[in-house]
Design a binder for this molecule. Structure first.
Ligand code: ATP
Ligand code: MG
Length: 334
């Protein structure tokens, strides 16, 4: 039996380069060798978008199309919608007894995200909701509802997988060995930085290049990307290590071109405008095949709906089986 993969994305916007390099390319590689469940995490998206349900609804289709466009094969991957699997919500309630509020408040990912969401949760997180603070518990339910063993994710997710492992250990120690402790797998590029130099490119952070950005938008974004602030004149030598334009060249351009860019930048024989223009061209070429696939699915939304329907059916069967085991262990199998 192949091992089971469970991973997810929040339908809060389109996929960006961070998703592609941090997680998506890994999904494409892994899809051949595992029983792969891919969750469109609409319930989790609502924890910080509860006041914007239209956004979440629209992005369920959008993100599914993006994932198909980067090369995921619906014959191999079960795409499903989180809210259609009520077992996840049920498990979340059971697990919420196994984690302390203090532990959730200490989770580094939750802490960073609360700090980023001042509009919603206040300057010091004083308006944090019960639902958002508890989303790591719900994520532990996502993984274990499908007996997930391998979880391919970006680096920002590691503290959440660790929290899931703790919940699994606690569950097994009280109710007997029932759940598997999942392992995270990172890709080679485990964290992609934002156009503004931020440590993480994020859908909700306004610093992303989306895979479906049109050429005009890509030009605008790259022209305003953060470069070495010490470089004022075209022929000033600069430090490519702190330049986001060089950073993205490194991600998508050939090794040969990237080395040349690095040397010229350090010597001062390359201006930022030229460098940005070259990146724009390389980026458009890089995204072209993805956009072509996207155009196909945009024209055939019925196919995308069918893929979600089929995947959700499969996921529901798996979660029902798992739920039986959990209820038996907890002695609530009336
Ligand atoms: P949001 O801001 O709504 O949380 P997001 O951009 O963080 O959106 P998610 O849906 O939360 O996207 O994450 C989906 C997957 O992509 C996760 O495995 C996450 O670790 C990975 N990921 C997201 N952004 C990056 C990034 N900048 N670098 C590497 N991996 C990333
Ligand atoms: Mg996120």
């Amino acid at each position: 039996m192949p091992k089971t993969i469970l991973t997810g994305l929040r339908p809060t916007g389109n996929l960006h380069l961070g998703h592609l390099f941090g997680a998506g390319q890994n999904y494409v590689k892994l899809q051949n060798d595992y029983d792969f469940y891919l969750e469109i995490a609409d319930v989790q998206a609502l924890t910080d978008n509860f006041n914007n349900p239209e956004k979440v609804r629209k992005n369920v289709m959008e993100i599914t199309i993006d994932l198909l466009s980067i090369g995921l094969n619906p014959e191999k991957v079960h795409f499903f919608i989180q809210s259609r699997i009520p077992e996840i919500a049920e498990l979340t309630v059971f697990y919420s007894n196994l984690v302390t509020v203090a532990r959730l408040e200490r989770n580094p990912t939750v802490k960073t995200e609360i700090a980023q969401k001042k509009d919603l949760f206040g300057n010091n997180g004083e308006s944090i909701t019960y639902g958002f603070l508890g989303y790591p518990v719900s994520q532990a339910a996502d993984i274990t509802a499908f007996d997930g063993e391998i979880v391919p994710v970006g680096e920002d997710q590691l503290p959440l997988i660790e929290q899931c492992r703790e919940i699994v250990r606690k569950f097994n120690s009280i109710y007997g060995k029932t759940l598997k402790e999942p392992d995270a797998i990172l890709s080679n590029t485990k964290r992609v930085k934002g156009l503004d130099g931020n440590d993480k490119m994020g859908k909700s952070l306004g610093n992303a290049i989306f895979l479906n950005d049109d050429e005009k938008t890509i030009t605008k974004k790259i022209m305003s990307a953060v470069t070495d602030p010490q470089k004022i004149k075209k022929d000033d030598p600069a430090n490519p290590e702190i330049c986001m334009v060089y950073y993205y060249h490194n991600l998508i351009n050939t090794k040969r071109n990237t080395e040349k860019i690095c040397q010229e930048c350090k010597k001062g024989s390359r201006g930022c405008v030229q460098c940005k223009k070259e990146l724009i061209e390389a980026m458009n070429n890089f995204l072209k095949p993805i956009k072509e696939k996207r155009a196909y699915y945009e024209e055939h939304p019925e196919k995308v709906k069918e893929i979600l329907e089929e995947g959700t059916k499969k996921a529901k069967e798996k979660a029902e089986q798992q739920m039986k085991k959990v209820k038996e262990a907890m002695k609530i199998n009336y």
